[in-house]
Design a protein around this ligand. Structure first.
Ligand SMILES: [Fe+2]
Ligand SMILES: [Fe+2]
Length: 203
């Protein structure tokens, strides 16, 4: 499935579009956005590594996520390149309220596969929201090089979103995954509603 099929009119199933004011403040704080983005890519790579380390017996998971680690690390390297090119420092990580609030929604207890499903769905959600934000940056930034960069990343993260949903349905019953996915989407909508718009955060 192409990213166009995944994103067409559905925003990858996200229930609330990003407030259009976000991209306006983000544009004025590009240095901060790039730093926060670099950390997002770092976390994306490390969360895939952690799934591979924790579930080595799941052949398909290892096979699908190994190249994703390389892609996320490449994204990280390229964001760092953009910072360097602009003479901007790689600042300290910021408190990632969005991800912390998503993590608090992970069901405690449960079986090993239930735990895996929770992490796969949370990762899918982060990919979907990142993809939506990259699309806004692609469409609204003035810097041509950054626009192309964010277009490419939007396509890549849409692919990762598909990977995570597909893996969830591989290791847990499809109907249960769909039911839980709807709950995750509703929770993410609530988080977005409650969070203030900040120009120094990707989410
Ligand atoms: Fe990425
Ligand atoms: Fe990704």
């Amino acid at each position: 499935m192409s990213w166009q099929d995944n994103t067409k009119g559905k925003m990858l199933h996200l229930q609330l579009p990003t407030d259009p004011r976000w991209v306006d403040v983000a544009k004025m704080n590009l240095g901060d956005i790039l730093v926060d983005h670099a950390y997002c890519e770092q976390k994306a790579a490390s969360s895939c590594i952690s799934l591979i380390v924790r579930f080595p017996e799941l052949e398909k998971l290892v096979e699908v996520l190994t190249p994703v680690v390389a892609e996320e690390w490449d994204h990280f390297e390229r964001v760092m390149g953009q910072l360097k090119k602009r003479g901007l420092p790689f600042g300290k990580p910021r408190k990632d309220e969005y991800v912390l609030r998503l993590q608090s929604f992970i069901l405690k207890g449960g079986s090993r596969m239930e735990h895996l499903t929770e992490h796969l769905l949370m990762n899918a959600l982060i990919e979907a929201r990142s993809c939506e934000r990259f699309k806004l940056l692609w469409k609204n930034l003035e810097d041509e090089e950054l626009r192309e960069f964010y277009y490419e990343l939007m396509v890549s993260e849409a692919g990762h979103y598909v990977n995570f949903i597909d893996l969830a349905k591989t290791y847990y019953p499809k109907e249960k995954v769909e039911k839980r996915w709807a709950e995750w989407l509703a929770h993410e909508k609530q988080i977005l509603k409650e969070m203030e718009i900040r120009g120094d955060r990707m989410h």
